[in-house]
Design a protein around this ligand. Structure first.
Ligand code: HEM
Length: 151
């Protein structure tokens, strides 16, 4: 059973961090597009966040807590594991509570009457950049802890 939870764990961070990087590349590429096309790009980003990032982040935390139960029961959580858990949980909260809902709001925007980006766009975009950067960076800290931090 441990192998199954480890598979869920690995699939989870692949979806979460992969979706995060796809979001970053798509957002930067969409900068060069006209308003209507750029907003269409944000609809795709919304789907990536909702269908990949959110379930991925939730899967990482759920499987991580299950895998970690024996260590926590024994009170014997090594430093790298504690760092992976703390950074992973905080990053997942940032992704699921801020980044994904903000992406959903951006995905619903339409061009204004003049065919320009609506007023709400820039504020939501800034919030998305900040939340996704912090959440992604915490995910990478967790990854660093379980790789570089173990040796
Ligand atoms: C993006 C965040 C995360 C990444 C990239 C990540 C990565 C990994 C990797 C690569 C392993 C395999 C380690 C090995 O066998 O050498 C692992 C194992 C594990 N992870 Fe995570 N993890 C993350 C978040 C979490 C969270 C949030 C928790 C707990 C709440 C957690 C708990 C565990 C536990 C308990 C193990 C099993 C360690 C063992 O038995 O050797 N991880 N993780």
């Amino acid at each position: 059973m441990r192998g199954v939870w480890m598979l869920v764990h690995v699939l989870g961070f692949t979806l979460w961090l992969g979706g995060g990087i796809a979001t970053m590349v798509a957002g930067v590429t969409a900068k060069r597009m006209a308003p209507a096309e750029r907003l269409a790009g944000y609809k795709l980003i919304g789907a990536v966040q909702r269908l990949l990032v959110a379930p991925g982040a939730l899967a990482v935390v759920l499987s991580g807590l299950i895998l970690g139960t024996p260590y926590m029961k024994q009170g014997d959580v090594p430093g790298w594991m504690g760092l992976m858990m703390a950074a992973g949980i905080l990053g997942a909260i940032g992704a699921v509570a801020i980044s994904v809902p903000t992406a959903a709001k951006l995905a619903r925007l339409e061009p204004d009457a003049r065919g320009e980006l609506p007023e709400a766009f820039q504020g939501l975009r800034k919030r998305q950049i900040l939340a996704a950067t912090i959440a992604g960076a915490l995910g990478l800290v967790a990854m660093g802890a379980v790789t570089l931090g173990k040796w």
